[in-house]
Design a protein around this ligand. Structure first.
Ligand code: NAD
Length: 424
């Protein structure tokens, strides 16, 4: 029986953490090799992934604890270089857990591809000519990916938009495709390319661009959870979090940072599972500005009991097949840890993590501010950069800098020199 509630994590050794993960997820001890620098992604494997390879870049992989999603406990792999992110997500998940955890849902995994037509003399009539050819266009597109169709995916519909641009009115055909467990970019691009010439003929124009849209507004993942006022620190903190979120809803300057808080969690899981972080970011930010003004993605309310109710709905174009997901051993291990079997399940977990991350961030902002927590972690990095090597040295240098409120490289070097001189 998986139990994601793991108290006292920060005092465990890396080996003890691995044992706990192995006992509480589908991962086995051998799977951790995928994240060991000595046995992780090899140069040979990397050489097949991108061009002009000269090396690989290791990023720490941790796991968030305490998540219960739709009644199922899950440990969540997160790849990030930023201190505090994993601890903050686990912390918010612990609070949500006491009220039943996260409830998630998602739309079908539907992506759009666009075909841009130029020099169409009669855009309005061309639009209707394209709709008249709907069945033919869908059939030709589906012929490109029989595998996807067999799996229950394929083209669901077409849309035609007339886009008034600076140069002329473009006729833009959208292919609406269910991509099942793929992120879907290659799948829909292949379809769009195969259709372009015929679409140009029907519209009596010339096809130029044929590519998916990263505004994945038909592929939404949703998560909601209740955070008890008592566990957050009191009803006044709920009120202040609601104020903070209301500012983010109304003010783009605040919204950008607010959404960055959610993406700290979202992108860490997207990266850990080998998915395309840029595609997800592009989808999220295009969604945040869908009403014409950039706004926040998460919504915060106080319920009838005075508790905080948080919710999030975002485009989430992630897959379990294709791209790096199947070739990167670390990504495979991450998916195994999650125990998800469909791309939609993965998308929902990611939405829950984004929500937890946002709540954790706002809670800190509405109370003590971010610097205190950040500083102690940042101080450890500064200590290491200044040359501290043993765990004792790192802790001693970091603790001194934090207590002096002087987390700076030159102070770290001085403290280190002092410690070494005194033989400590
Ligand atoms: P893909 O083409 O490698 O895999 C998808 C194919 O796998 C499907 O077409 C289907 O034939 C097959 N398949 C097998 N099992 C499946 C299942 N259960 N569900 C669905 N399909 C299944 O990969 P993709 O997901 O189409 O493309 C993803 C890659 O495209 C990513 O690496 C991304 O970075 C890249 N990409 C992104 C953009 C963009 O975001 N703008 C543009 C071009 C390429």
């Amino acid at each position: 029986m998986v139990n994601s509630r793991i108290p006292g994590l920060k005092d465990l050794t890396l080996e003890e953490r691995r044992e706990i993960v192995a006992a509480n997820s589908p991962l086995e001890s051998a799977d951790f090799a995928a994240w060991d620098p000595a046995t992780a992604l090899t140069l040979d494997q990397a050489d097949h992934m991108i061009e002009n390879v000269v090396g690989v870049l290791p990023i720490p992989v941790g796991f968030a604890a305490n998540f219960t999603i739709n009644g199922r406990d899950v440990l969540v792999p997160m790849a990030t270089e930023e201190p505090s992110v994993v601890a903050a997500a686990s912390n918010a998940a612990r609070i949500a857990r006491a009220s039943g955890g996260f409830t998630t849902s998602s739309s079908d995994p539907i992506m759009r591809a666009q075909i841009q037509l130029v020099d169409v003399a009669d855009p309005e009539a061309a639009r209707l000519r394209l709709f008249e050819a709907r069945d033919e266009l869908i059939a030709t597109a589906n012929e490109q990916d029989p595998m996807l169709v067999t799996l229950g995916g394929g083209v669901r519909d077409i849309e035609v938009q007339l886009v008034e641009a600076r140069t002329q009115t473009y006729v833009v055909l959208h292919l609406i495709v269910d991509v099942r467990d793929a992120m879907g970019a290659n799948a829909v691009n292949t379809m769009a390319e195969a259709l372009a010439e015929r679409v140009g003929e029907i519209a009596q124009g010339r096809a130029i661009l044929r590519i998916l849209s990263n505004k994945a507004d038909l592929r939404l993942a949703r998560a909601r959870a209740v955070f008890s006022a008592e566990q957050l620190g009191g009803e006044h903190i709920v009120d202040d979090i609601v104020h903070a979120a209301a500012l983010a809803e109304a003010d783009p300057y605040r919204a950008a940072t607010h959404n960055k808080g959610a993406t700290n969690g979202i992108i860490a899981v997207v990266l850990a599972t080998g998915n395309d972080t840029r595609a997800v970011e592009a989808g999220i930010h295009s969604h945040a500005v869908r009403d014409g003004r950039y706004s926040s993605l998460t919504k915060f309310e106080k319920d009838a009991n005075g508790d905080l109710v948080a919710s999030l709905e975002v485009p989430m174009a992630v897959g379990l097949v294709g791209g790096a997901t199947k070739v990167h051993p670390g990504a495979q291990a991450a998916v195994k840890m999650l125990g998800v079997t469909t791309a939609s399940e993965l998308a929902e977990v990611i939405a829950a993590v984004g929500l937890a991350q946002n709540v954790a961030g706002l809670r800190v902002l509405a109370t003590e501010g971010v610097q205190r927590g950040h500083m102690s972690l940042h101080a450890r990095n500064v200590a290491v950069s200044a040359g501290a090597t043993t765990p004792e040295e790192i802790t001693a240098v970091a603790t001194r800098m934090v207590s002096e409120k002087a987390v700076r490289a030159e102070r770290a070097a001085e403290i280190l020199e002092e410690l070494r001189r005194d033989g400590r």
